[in-house]
Design a protein around this ligand. Structure first.
Ligand SMILES: Nc1ncnc2c1ncn2[C@@H]1O[C@H](COP(=O)(O)OP(=O)(O)OP(=O)(O)O)[C@@H](O)[C@H]1O
Ligand SMILES: [Mg+2]
Length: 454
């Protein structure tokens, strides 16, 4: 962490904003798992206890020294982007606030190797009532946490145990929706192969099927069936966002809405790409975010064969655009690929998945949103989505050309559409949601430099 400000924030405001944004319980649990992974945990237990109405999240990670534990609940919006998942310093605060329903005292007990045990209690009821964020008893002595630590720690040498007392109805609703929560956790951490994440309810281990939704690691695929390309998002105040993607070694600008001089739209598949990245930098554009786009073609996802004119054929096939930071899948946007056209083309269209992988240079696209676990249809830059969509189209068209029928490409019939309503929704939301982004921004601004009273 860089020199992070010790900050104070309106917890009520933050939670309200997040809840209204659809911040979910699986999202909150994933935030706490993120933190354990960032601390190099190899084992993470998520334990629900319906008798005590407690959620315990224990890890065998590095643990925290007193200095780190003291700053655990501080916003650090100046943190250097790194290979870690955590970036903003609000994950723990938001997750515990949501899971405790701001009605209980959450406890974190942590131990760094060769250091003592530290306990930090966060009194959410007090904080919400006072509309302030004041972690209580920060850095209390080792003896206080010992019983809980002795009972719950995975590794007695170093690690962290977080205890979240929950409202019974809150706990029960989580248990009842476990069928949807487990896949969310499994999906998010499907590529974190070096960590064992175990979810238990009253000691019973729930099986969590991790899946490679993109199919990137399917050993049956050849390199030809996997495409990876880089995207760079450049911004300049008052100017439209520019998105470049790599084509044959150079970054070319994707033109989201190409038109002829008469204003007539040009099909994006035919539009020439601009190689003006250098010019953009020279004229004051700066790199905002860099991403990697991965597209997979896997014939095994093909729709079932059609048995004849009256045979059943699916109307849509479920595809995924998956947003990631490193190995952490942050959000998945399902896209229903309409099944239309001839059999061969259906086979191609139904067999493409794609993912967007955040590179860490800058997270500015989502920074003002304040909640990385909910990168959703609403808060992804529409220009970027449009780019992704077009690259998928181009790529599937290229595949189609190479492997299926050149003639059809000439008629521009091969495509993988993202449902049009998503794009429209993006555009509307993006332009109308500035107020929300401003709220979070001003919260963070206000938080800077305010010392927590001990
Ligand atoms: N399980 C843990 N093990 C070790 N350190 C932890 C753990 N949980 C939290 N921390 C410490 O507390 C800090 C705050 O966590 P928090 O989740 O609020 O922020 P973050 O992970 O840095 O960023 P983000 O808001 O993106 O999650 C972390 O930066 C880390 O130093
Ligand atoms: Mg975090």
């Amino acid at each position: 962490m860089s020199s992070a400000p010790v900050a104070n924030i309106s917890i009520a405001g933050l939670l309200r904003s997040m809840k209204s944004r659809g911040y979910t319980k699986p999202g909150a649990i994933n935030e706490l798992i993120d933190n354990a992974i960032d601390a190099n945990a190899t084992k993470i237990d998520v334990r629900f206890n319906t008798e005590t109405n407690e959620l315990i999240i224990a890890d065998d990670g590095d643990g925290m020294t007193k200095a780190i534990a003291d700053k655990m609940y501080c916003i650090h919006n100046d943190k250097e982007a790194s290979s870690k998942i955590g970036l903003y310093g609000i994950g723990k605060c938001a997750a515990e606030g949501l899971l405790s329903d701001v009605k209980s005292v959450t406890t974190t007990i942590t131990k760094h190797a060769n250091d003592r045990l530290w306990e930090v209690n966060a009194d959410w009821l007090h904080s919400i009532a006072a509309n302030e964020w004041t972690p209580r008893a920060a850095g209390a002595s080792a003896d206080i946490g010992a019983p809980l630590w002795d009972k719950e720690a995975i590794n007695k040498v170093h690690g962290t145990v977080v205890r979240i007392p929950m409202q019974p109805n809150n706990m029960h609703s989580i248990i009842e929706s476990m069928d949807t929560i487990l896949p969310e956790i499994a999906y998010a951490f499907q590529e974190c192969n070096d960590v064992i994440i175990t979810v238990t309810v009253n000691g019973i281990v729930l099986s969590m099927k991790t899946e490679d939704a993109l199919g990137w690691n399917d050993p049956a695929l050849s390199d030809k069936q996997r495409l990876s390309t880089s995207l760079e998002v450049f911004v300049k105040d008052g100017e439209p966002t520019r998105v470049y993607h790599r084509e044959g070694g150079v970054f070319k600008r994707f033109n989201p809405n190409p038109t002829t001089s008469t204003g007539k739209p040009i099909d994006v598949l035919q539009a020439a790409l601009l190689d003006d990245r250098k010019e953009a930098i020279d004229s004051g554009y700066s790199l905002n975010t860099s991403l990697a786009l991965r597209v997979v073609y896997n014939p095994k996802w093909n729709p079932p064969p059609i048995t004849g004119e009256d045979g059943t054929r699916p109307e849509f096939i479920r595809g995924n655009v998956s947003w990631r930071r490193g190995k952490r899948h942050i959000a998945r946007i399902p896209q229903d690929v309409p099944i239309s056209g001839d059999h061969e083309r259906r086979r191609i269209l139904g067999s493409v998945r794609s993912s967007i992988d955040y590179d860490y240079r800058s997270d500015a696209l989502i920074k003002t949103e304040g909640d990385k676990s909910r990168i959703t249809k609403e808060n992804i830059d529409p220009v970027l989505l449009h780019t992704v969509r077009t690259i998928i189209r181009k790529w599937s068209a290229a595949y189609y050309t190479e492997h299926v029928k050149e003639a059809e490409i000439a008629n521009n019939q091969a495509h993988v559409p993202v449902p049009r309503d998503i794009l429209h929704w993006f555009k509307d939301k993006w332009s109308s949601d500035a107020a929300w982004r401003e709220t979070i921004k001003s919260e963070v601004e206000r938080a800077k430099g305010v010392q927590i009273a001990h």
